[in-house]
Design a protein around this ligand. Structure first.
Ligand code: ZN
Length: 279
């Protein structure tokens, strides 16, 4: 099942068509994309019965499929390759920060460059589908509704200012594109081993597999839920592999006019165009 957001209404994606969830369910499920996560098992059962859409899928209309999570977790240094390029030791617990929810944006949104050192980070995004409190790793996937493509855009100067300001430097307006839709786990042959990458104006800069994650998705559910409950609709940015701009030699950062395309095998591709800051 592919669940998308058009005009802040949940829609199912069926090939090149969409079906409005509230309409096709005759009100059993409402239009709010976030409300579905509170009743995820019943919703997925219903969604499996919908086989035809009623309107064309228009890429430019797609917004963030998880627009208002209560909590956003983001994990640093979670690929061996990225820890190595950063010259950092492998972490013993997930290196965790937040991207404040108002920084999230749609899969094809224009993003304003917040500074001269804005960097890219392709990331697998996992969305919580059932409250997870002290969950064992073996039960981790059962608490995930699905997966999406994300970018953990990062203003590196602010990220490393004042000691360390990960949450602030990664929360400028539009710094968290998610999409193009949420894909349920049954659509993926192996959700623990997906190719992912991104390109700038067609030149690939990151190219890896999620099997290189230090803390896998179910391990993250276990580790985070030891500390606090994960709530339906919460978002987990799972970390980025090697190939970011700040560790390139010489370092390079995103420029106005550039297009960042980001993909994950079995999920899809998002595309963000960078624009100069407004006055
Ligand atoms: Zn990241």
């Amino acid at each position: 099942m592919k669940l998308a957001n058009v005009n802040d209404r949940a829609v199912l994606v069926l090939g090149d068509q969409i079906a409005d969830v509230a309409e096709v369910s005759e009100g059993r499920f409402g239009p709010d994309p976030m409300a579905l996560f509170d009743d995820w098992a019943a919703f997925t059962e219903f969604a499996a019965t919908v086989t035809t859409g009623s309107a064309p899928l228009v890429e430019a209309d797609l917004d963030n499929p998880v627009p208002r999570p209560r909590q956003v977790f983001a994990i640093g240094l979670n690929y061996r390759s990225h820890a190595e390029e950063s010259g950092m030791a492998l972490p013993e617990i997930p290196a965790t920060f937040t991207k404040f929810p108002a920084s999230l944006t749609g899969p094809f949104a224009d993003v304003e460059l917040a500074g001269a050192t804005v960097d890219w980070e392709v990331e697998l995004v996992a969305v919580v589908g059932a409250r997870a409190d002290r969950v064992a790793e073996a039960d981790g996937w059962a608490h995930i509704a699905g997966l999406a493509v994300g970018q953990d855009l990062s203003e590196r100067t602010v990220q490393f200012a004042a000691g360390s300001q990960f949450s602030l430097g990664k929360s400028y307006r539009g710094f968290g594109p998610i999409g193009p839709w949420l894909v349920s786990l049954d659509e993926l042959a192996d959700p623990d081993d997906l190719a992912l990458g991104c390109s700038i104006d067609g030149t690939t800069v990151q190219d890896a597999r999620t099997s290189d994650l230090i803390f896998s998705v179910p391990q993250l559910v276990a580790e985070l839920s030891k500390v606090l409950p994960l709530l339906p609709g919460d978002v987990i940015f799972t970390g980025t592999p090697a190939g970011v701009g700040v560790t390139s030699k010489p370092p390079r950062f995103l420029q106005a006019g550039e297009v960042l395309e980001t993909w994950i095998e079995g999920i899809g591709t998002i595309r963000n165009h960078f624009v100069a800051p407004a006055g």
